[in-house]
Design a protein around this ligand. Structure first.
Ligand code: GLN
Length: 492
């Protein structure tokens, strides 16, 4: 990343655009210059909208010049994961089955960004239908980690994380069903927040596992993450699972961000973390020392059911996916096979041709887990395990304010290293999945580098609807360390 314009935080950039010191057109052009330079190597985007973005930036500049309100993200160039519906461009979910699908409406989160004055530069790559941990399952393209072009960016929001890390946007939206915001954020050295289930509307987010999916921001700083949350959080009448603001009020996440929390109690689960790579364990231990230095007390908590999280998740997520993906039938949406010999073939061939290998695997696993005779043994049992894991968190949060652990057991792995071994890939989700099963928020913040200079993320988990405190805890670390300031040198 070269241009110093690109180093600015969304907050500063927005204020400078509003104050007429920097033009949105200039900042957006810098973003497209970076895209021109690095996109061929990184492959973060499925689509970009240069002409429209520059036009919109021009409109924001005019507003600023006329002294009009530009919005909380006025003129700032952002990206959106391509599993969120937009009326502009296609909404592909990185799947051949939706390659030319155009949505008649915007997802609520996207609409909120636009209302806040954001300039949307493009839609980012992902594992097909958000199923994966490396973005290698994309049916459309490969995304590369900006820190090491032989490595994956993580997934499934790999395009969003890589774009933010490479300066090809100032912030992005991702979605997290089992770690898809936090894990790529960790592997690409940026900040990623999965909000509490129900905090951000899922309306217009193409469903994968509906009881787990949540939209959230990927940014370079905790402050920008708070700013994005101020824009996207809140109740939405179009999503019945978004939570009533009287029950759980939305905060001004920026207001007290810089106030440190006194008497912070940090929970740790030593035996659970023992399986992570040594570099990762060392970085997490060092990060916890930083918190101790800031006055935090560290408490060991017992979470006996975490070991079963992966098994439960891959039953529940695939069961929900098998049901959600039934709508792609060659009739309602997307790809339809040519010249079917009968109506059954309209369904079977359209699906066979449109879905990739991993998506088919999950539809079959989920259908199996839900089928008569197996429902009780697999699906119902997984739901019971989910309750036990929730209970583990409830008990732990009686003793501590937050829990810290790695995001991923390893740093970015090599392209091709795990893609042919699904179990190996699933196991890499060990630290992120429990937050989705429990509905609680989790953040990944940069906390170090391994011996090959690949970024490591610290995961902080906190009780449901405590994003304000979670962001403040994250900010405490960021304001005393420099890890978030280091940017990748992209070898193009
Ligand atoms: N890696 C997990 C999966 O493959 C999580 C993906 C996600 O959060 N969308 O299901």
């Amino acid at each position: 990343m070269s241009s110093e314009l690109l180093d600015r935080s969304c907050r500063d950039l927005r204020d400078q655009i509003a104050g007429g010191e920097v033009s949105s057109v200039e900042a957006t052009k810098a973003v497209f210059e970076a895209i021109g330079k690095y996109e061929e190597t990184i492959g973060a985007y499925i689509s970009t909208f240069e002409k429209e973005a520059l036009e919109r930036a021009g409109e924001i500049d005019k507003k600023a010049a006329a002294g009009e309100e530009v919005g909380a993200l006025g003129g700032v160039a952002v990206a959106v994961k391509d599993n969120m519906c937009t009326t502009f461009g296609a909404t592909t979910c990185a799947s051949k089955i939706l390659e030319s699908f155009r949505s008649p409406y915007n997802a609520t989160a996207v609409e909120k960004l636009l209302n806040a004055g954001a300039v949307i530069v493009g839609k980012t790559n992902l594992d097909e239908f958000a199923m994966g941990s490396s973005t290698e399952n994309s049916g459309l393209r490969q995304t590369i980690n900006p820190w090491d072009t032989s490595c994956v960016p993580g997934g499934s929001s790999g395009g969003s994380a890589a774009a933010v890390a490479a300066g090809m946007c100032f912030a992005a939206l991702g979605s997290d069903t089992g770690g898809s915001i936090r894990q790529p954020a960790s592997l690409c050295g940026v900040v990623g927040l999965k909000p509490t289930y129900g905090r951000v509307s899922r309306y217009g987010l193409v469903a994968y596992g509906s009881s787990l999916d949540q939209i959230g921001p990927l940014t370079r700083t905790v402050g920008d993450c708070a700013l994005m949350m101020n824009i996207i959080a809140g109740h939405d009448a179009a999503d019945s699972t978004s939570v009533d603001e009287e029950r759980a009020p939305v905060c001004d996440y920026l207001a007290k961000l810089d106030e440190a929390i006194g008497g912070l109690k940090v929970g740790v689960v030593p035996e659970f973390v023992a399986g992570a790579d040594e570099d990762v364990r060392r970085a997490i231990a060092d990060a916890i020392e930083v918190y101790k230095g800031l006055g935090a007390e560290v408490i060991e908590v017992e979470m006996p059911h975490l070991d079963y999280a992966i098994a439960a998740y891959y039953v529940i997520a695939t069961a929900e996916a098998s049901s959600n993906l039934a709508r792609y039938d060659g009739v309602h949406y997307g790809h339809r096979t040519e010249e079917p010999s009968d109506y059954i073939e309209v369904y079977s061939k359209s699906r066979e041709e449109g879905f990739g290998k991993e998506v088919k695997r999950r539809i079959m696993l989920g259908t199996y887990a839900l089928s008569s005779g197996y429902y009780d043994a697999y699906y119902l049992k997984a739901l019971k395990v989910r309750n036990l894991i929730r209970g583990d968190f409830t008990n732990a949060f009686e003793k501590c304010d937050c829990i810290m652990m790695p995001v991923s057991p390893t740093t970015a792995f090599k392209i091709g290293e795990k893609v042919d071994d699904p179990l190996k890939m699933y196991l890499s989700d060990i630290y992120t999945i429990a937050a989705n099963l429990s509905g609680i928020p989790g953040i990944s913040i940069p906390c170090g580098f391994d011996g090959s200079n690949l970024p490591i993320g610290l995961q902080i988990l906190s009780p449901a609807f405590s994003e304000d405190r979670l962001l403040r805890i994250a900010r405490m670390f960021e304001s005393t360390t420099d890890y978030h300031k280091k940017r990748p040198v992209i070898v193009d």
